[in-house]
Ligand binder design. Structure first.
Ligand code: GTP
Ligand code: MG
Length: 204
């Protein structure tokens, strides 16, 4: 979280993490389309010719006000392909909230697990613990044949019982709910942390 007192602006960082092809970029694209033009900045996509994320995707959005401070959220995705580990760590650094986009396809169980391990290791290296970072799980691709039941996904990936949302990001299903839940977690944690908690509703 960055507070720019002179501009009365507060900036939060939310990172979409997860294995390659789980639908992180799809989430960001879909979400971008859901905000008004005056509310959002341009969507930056740094990808390869085959649309695999190379560095990250990014867009900023102003979601409301807390105590007279405009609240801006910087949304990022990481590149899921395993060899981009260094980039993932750079993007994850300083995240106020994380969305873990898991792939429900049965062939991706191991990829989900490895990606979560990679995320936990990255946080550990940054001196953080997943328990202390507001995060939500998105069980994406619920439309695929033989989708792994959500209670299995929960057991494997979410022993801490963080909030979880079912999604079909390609159809925009669950995208906004995921975003809302992670922000709720981030804002709650800020309220709990600050000595004089911000009051009043956030107008999302
Ligand atoms: N069936 C199905 N396909 C999806 C869904 N969401 C995304 N996809 C498809 O999955 C593929 C990968 O989606 P991306 O959003 O590019 O995945 P990513 O997680 O950004 O992948 P990396 O950038 O490589 O980490 C694309 O062909 C999407 O259209 C979904 O809910 N259901
Ligand atoms: Mg991507």
């Amino acid at each position: 979280m960055k507070v720019h007192t002179a501009q009365r602006l507060m900036t939060l960082k939310v990172v979409y993490y997860g294995p390659g092809m789980s639908g992180k970029t799809t989430n960001l694209r879909s979400l971008h389309g859901m905000f008004g033009a005056g509310q959002r900045g341009a969507l930056v996509q740094l990808d390869t010719e085959t649309e695999r994320t190379l560095f990250f995707d990014y867009f900023p959005v102003v979601i409301g006000e807390i105590r007279g401070f405009r609240l801006k959220v910087d949304l990022f995705t990481v590149p899921g392909q395993s060899f981009y580990q260094t980039t993932r760590r750079v993007v994850l650094d300083g995240a106020d909230g994380i969305v873990f986009v898991a792939d429900s396809h049965p062939d991706r169980e191991e990829a989900n697990l490895l990606s979560r391990e990679d995320m936990v290791a990255a946080l550990t290296d940054q001196g953080r613990d997943l328990q202390d970072v507001p995060h939500v799980y998105q069980w994406n691709k619920r439309d695929v044949r033989g989708a792994v039941p959500t209670h299995f996904l929960g057991k494997q990936l979410n022993p801490e019982k963080a909030p979880a949302v079912e999604a079909v990001a390609e159809q925009g299903i669950g995208v906004q709910e995921t975003h809302r839940l992670v922000l709720q977690g981030v804002i709650e944690s800020i309220r709990n942390r600050s000595p004089r908690p911000p009051e009043g509703p956030v107008h999302a």
